[in-house]
Design a protein around this ligand. Structure first.
Ligand code: ZN
Length: 155
């Protein structure tokens, strides 16, 4: 986990944090490709590693029988892939509001401006998700503290 005060960081540290976030979020196609280590489908299948990554998916399965893949933008998880499944079609069918799937562009066809806009969407979603996770944890701790106080005051 990266913990640092971004307001005190220099540009080199910021770039390194940015790169770390981009890798973690599987923003670049090459990082999504690298996530599919034991993918059961070959390059001739419709859901090849290349096609999966182009359509925004990275591998999130656990173990041999789990072919779960997740979209790096909308977070949709799809599994039960078959060799004839087209990743773009499946993505559109199950997550029609995804910003990535709506553009229907592969990474190389993005303009720099489009890439920055997409990065903004992905970073916002990522931060919202981790903020909400922390909020749940804070609320749970507050509940525990409340229970302790309640139990003590009943003596
Ligand atoms: Zn998506």
């Amino acid at each position: 986990m990266v913990t640092m005060d971004i307001s005190k960081s220099n540009s080199k540290e910021r770039l390194s944090l940015y790169n770390h976030l981009m890798k973690k979020m599987k923003f670049m196609e090459e990082d999504r490709i690298a996530s599919f280590k034991n993918w059961q489908y070959s390059e001739s299948d419709k859901c090849s590693v290349q096609k999966m990554a182009e359509a925004g998916f990275f591998y999130t399965g656990h173990g041999e029988d789990d072919d779960s893949a997740t979209c790096f933008v909308c977070g949709k998880v799809l599994d039960g892939w078959e060799s004839n499944d087209d990743p773009w079609e499946e993505h559109e069918k199950h997550a029609p509001n995804c910003r990535f799937v709506n553009t229907h562009l592969i990474q190389d066809d993005y303009s720099v401006e489009q890439l920055f806009n997409l990065a903004e969407v992905v970073v916002k979603a990522h931060l919202t998700k981790s903020f909400n996770k922390k909020l749940v944890s804070i609320n749970n701790t507050a509940d525990e503290v409340r229970d302790i106080i309640k139990n003590q005051s009943s003596y």
